[in-house]
Design a protein around this ligand. Sequence first.
Ligand SMILES: [Zn+2]
Length: 261
Amino acid sequence: MSGHVFRVSEVVGQLRSLGVEAGGVLLVHTSFRALRPIEGGPLGLIAALRTALGPDGTLVMPSWTDDDATPFDPATTAAAPDLGVTADLFWRQPGTVRSDHAFACAAIGPKAEAIVKTALPLPPHTPDSPVGRVRDHDGQVLLLGVGHDADTSLHVAELLARVPYGVPRHITARADDGGPVRIDYRENDHCCQRFALADGWLRTRGLQAEGPVGHGTARLARAQNVVRLAVDALRDEPLLFLHGAEEGCAECDEARASVNG
Ligand SMILES: [Zn+2]
């Protein structure tokens, strides 16, 4: 980690150089650890993202929980730890709107309600989920210090391509009488490491910008392009995103075993 502390204005410049569109919809997955130090910490990064988007832009971050035993409360439930400190601070900021279900995103800007206020999507990342709606709004996906293994839009592509795998998952929701109720579902889940294939698909077509943000590396692509290229690849090879049986990945093995289950 270099000692240089990036000023918010410098980060805004980096985001604009990368191609973040003023007035657009931007879904951000981030590892602040890979970018720091930035003036103001994660809140400084959020300020830079909002400045780059301008008043007509809408900033979206994942905000779901990994707690499957407690009903989700948008006012109190923490974001899953693997989403990072920036995502967990973002939904707590004044003016931010958050979905009212366990597979939440949070957003701020003119399209925030239209993107995050969905019914409970099952499985979590359907085309009508918050992440799916970023694609509907021709949003950009920004990966800050993380790769496509963190790119949830690829789960939307899996569902559009009707991949044959799905592993058992459940959440606990709030029933009409206020009590907890368990909801079981099948999810197109696995280790996600092979989502990194999207780098090659996007790069060869000139559809991904890459450059520095803070001290980290950023990737920027349109959600529609990410999803379209993945759907095309999955139609040729539906298990493309799963590690091979010989590779010893327990999560991908479970997904593979579900195909005929
Ligand atoms: Zn795997």
